[in-house]
Design a binder for this molecule. Structure first.
Ligand code: ACO
Length: 322
């Protein structure tokens, strides 16, 4: 059987750091409140001339180097983002040209914070069916562009960044199972409420900002992630004890801790970057994965559980033999 194996990881963060102390000057909040409620200490913010593709390019190059592949080896690009450079062409096409890759299919996936898990699950299907052998899977966001910097309920949460993996066809185990879900009935709880088709005048006036009913999203996220963890392990015939590392979407430390508790995993087996990165939406999981691979915590042969929850609502998980 052909598996889809993570052959290399990469990530990139913009230089500018915005601390909680900096936010105290923008809105009525405190460093202590943000740390207590979210675990976030700081986040990176893209420069005015940096786009999602600008952040994705160095992340993709790092993943390709780690996987020891060159441009001509890549036969599919799947790019997860909710903050694309342009309405079209897709970020995947723009990145393809930057990397000097020509002719292979390239497309974007929009599933907000679950975007990377969606992209990974999609890429896995191409690899398993033999349609692709080396897939570049990216999550990259400039969420700072869709934040209302006067709204203390949302502006404290998000940051910018990019992460990437090369998913490669292999006889060795890789992704053991992946699971993706959505329920559009909850669209209004977490949204940018204007765009091309809805409230177009607001969109044209530059009022395309994230709105969130934080409390309700929090409750749904904890319950849904608890359920998907059980379902994922059952589908693979594994038990909680088989998990070496939880690599969760980095939205809020309390949500991450609740999922770890459900898995009976001590926090030192959970990769946490939310303190330094904030919530980078589709970029958060590949960023966290790359950090833990490069600092040596995640080793070949380890079993990883990736999970995410985000706007849509969308949610998903992937169980991986690294
Ligand atoms: N500083 C100080 N006080 C604040 C701030 C702030 N930054 N923000 C809100 N408050 C106040 C509120 O006004 C409220 O005051 P009140 O009691 O006088 O009305 C009080 O703090 C409590 O507010 P809550 O919203 O109940 O605070 P909560 O504990 O729920 O924390 C938070 C808010 C951090 C946003 C949390 O709800 C959360 O993390 N939600 C989930 C976010 C998430 O996971 N999103 C999914 C992925 S994101 C994506 O897909 C794009």
């Amino acid at each position: 059987m052909t598996f889809a194996r993570i052959a290399g990881t990469g990530s990139f963060l913009p230089e500018k750091i915005l601390t909680n102390k900096d936010l105290e000057k923008l809105v009525d909040t405190t460093d202590q409140w943000i740390r207590d409620r979210t675990g976030i200490e700081q986040r990176h913010i893209a420069a005015a001339d940096q786009s999602a593709v600008d952040l994705a390019e160095p992340a993709a190059r790092a993943a390709m180097n780690a996987a020891d592949v060159v441009a001509s080896d890549i036969d599919l690009i799947v790019f997860a983002t909710s903050t694309p450079d342009r309405i079209f062409p897709s970020c995947a096409c723009l990145l393809q040209a930057r990397l000097g890759i020509h002719g292979c299919p390239a497309f974007d996936i929009q599933a907000v914070c679950s975007g990377f898990v969606y992209a990974l699950a999609t890429a896995e299907k191409f690899v398993r069916t033999g349609a692709a052998a080396n897939v570049l899977v990216i999550g990259a966001e400039v969420f700072s562009r869709i934040i209302n910097w006067n709204d203390r309920g949302t502006c404290i949460l998000f940051g910018d960044g990019a992460g990437a993996v090369v998913l490669q066809a292999s006889e060795q185990a890789g992704i053991l199972s992946s699971h993706i879900h959505a329920d559009g009935r909850y669209a209004d709880l977490l949204q940018v409420p204007c765009g091309i088709g809805v409230n177009y005048d607001d969109f044209k006036a530059g009022h395309g900002y994230v709105e969130m009913k934080g409390n309700e999203v929090f409750r749904m996220a904890v319950n849904t992630l608890g359920q998907i963890v059980d379902d994922t392990l059952a589908a693979a015939g594994l038990s909680k004890q088989d998990i070496d590392w939880l690599v969760p979407h980095q939205a809020n430390h309390r949500i991450i801790a609740a999922t770890a508790k459900k898995l009976a995993l001590p926090m030192d087996q959970v990769v946490v970057t939310v303190n330094k990165h904030g919530n980078t939406s589709a970029a958060s999981i590949p960023l966290a994965l790359d950090v833990a691979v490069r600092d040596g915590r995640i080793q070949r042969g380890d079993t990883l559980l990736l999970e995410a929850f985000g706007g849509g609502f969308t949610w998903g998980s992937a169980l991986i033999r690294y």
